[in-house]
Design a binder for this molecule. Structure first.
Ligand SMILES: Nc1ncnc2c1ncn2[C@@H]1O[C@H](COP(=O)(O)OP(=O)(O)O)[C@@H](O)[C@H]1O
Ligand SMILES: [Mg+2]
Length: 303
């Protein structure tokens, strides 16, 4: 409808709803949307800031956000490593790697002290974006690590040799708060919590925040919550807006300004095994993840 004055109501396209976040003034929570400047080029790379993409609920956009944030940061000249830390291997598949054909994955690095991470990392179709792949083998690690010394810091040890090679390392967590996720939180500097804009989204977030605080107290004092990322936002529904308002009420400025609209372009891109920034570079969904990259850089949460 032409002339609608509510800024988040700009889209009438069925496949794009609320995804034109770059154009939202104010943001979906009613705050002023700042300008996030283009990140300046980096003269040199590393050491990486490690961000765990975490929510024990499945299907909230962790993997999609990991892949597309990673690709957007790489577009801005950042060197990015995506760590697939889910036995489903969705981040690997989404980046065009069939992890079930690989005989070396993150599982080997966790379990074999002398396995070489540089021989396990693979390049992707996105320049500047590398992948540490995972497959179903990883599901055994959870059990096998229980008896290890310092079992919570195994991922941290695994990543150490390459942290100077990257600007950002994104860890795509599995949907649980088990030992693998605790390993991700122990290795990380920050946590981004993707949250689907639906009614029960907030359920479980308190438990996640509690887990983050426990890990900070006991294992990793530098750990902070970088932000909550509202995903699958549909500006046509009052419901989406209510969820964002509730999240803002509960978490204040931890709610990132950038929201990710609901669009079939994301599942389409994962079928094509490409980030949306490559699959549909001009789509508002690609713009949203570029904005997320700029917002995190502007907040100091990414290089
Ligand atoms: N913004 C979005 N709009 C529409 N579909 C999405 C969006 N983000 C993710 N999806 C789809 O929802 C499903 C779950 O997303 P995914 O990123 O795999 O979640 P998680 O890793 O938290 O389980 C996938 O099929 C994905 O393509
Ligand atoms: Mg996932």
């Amino acid at each position: 409808m032409a002339g609608v004055s509510i800024p988040s109501e700009t889209s009438t396209d069925d496949t794009v709803s609320g995804a034109a976040v770059g154009a939202l003034r104010p943001d979906a929570a009613g705050r002023t949307m700042p300008e996030f400047p283009e990140p300046p080029p980096l003269a040199e790379h590393g050491p990486a800031r490690i961000i765990a993409m975490c929510n024990q609920k499945g299907g909230v956009g962790k993997t999609t956000s990991t892949i597309n944030l990673g690709a957007a940061l790489a577009e801005y000249g950042r060197r990015v490593l995506v760590v697939d830390f889910d036995p489903q291997g969705a981040a690997s598949v989404g980046l065009g790697v069939n992890p079930h054909e690989l005989d070396r994955t993150i599982y080997n690095l966790l379990m074999e002290r002398h396995a070489d991470i540089r021989e396990t990392i693979v390049t992707t179709g996105v320049e500047g974006l590398d992948l540490l792949p995972a497959n179903i083998d990883l599901s055994a690690a959870e059990v096998q690590l229980v008896g290890e010394v310092a079992r919570e810091s195994v991922l941290s040890r695994v990543l150490r040799p390459v942290t100077d090679d990257y600007d950002v390392i994104l860890v795509d967590c599995q949907p649980s708060l088990g030992l693998l996720t605790v390993n991700a939180l122990t290795a990380a500097h920050g946590v981004v919590i993707p949250l689907e804009c639906e009614f029960f989204a907030l359920r479980g977030v308190a438990l996640l925040v509690e887990t983050v605080e426990k890990v900070r107290d006991r294992l990793n004092p530098r750990l902070e919550i970088d932000g909550i990322l509202a995903t699958m936002y549909d500006s046509r529904t009052l419901h989406s807006r209510e969820v964002v308002a509730r999240v803002h009420e509960a978490f204040g400025d931890r709610l990132l300004h950038t929201i990710i609209g609901r669009t079939v372009k994301f599942p389409d891109a994962s079928v094509a095994a490409e980030p949306i920034t490559a699959y549909a570079p001009n789509h508002p969904g690609a713009a949203a993840y570029r904005q997320l990259a700029r917002e995190l850089v502007a907040r100091g949460d990414a290089a």
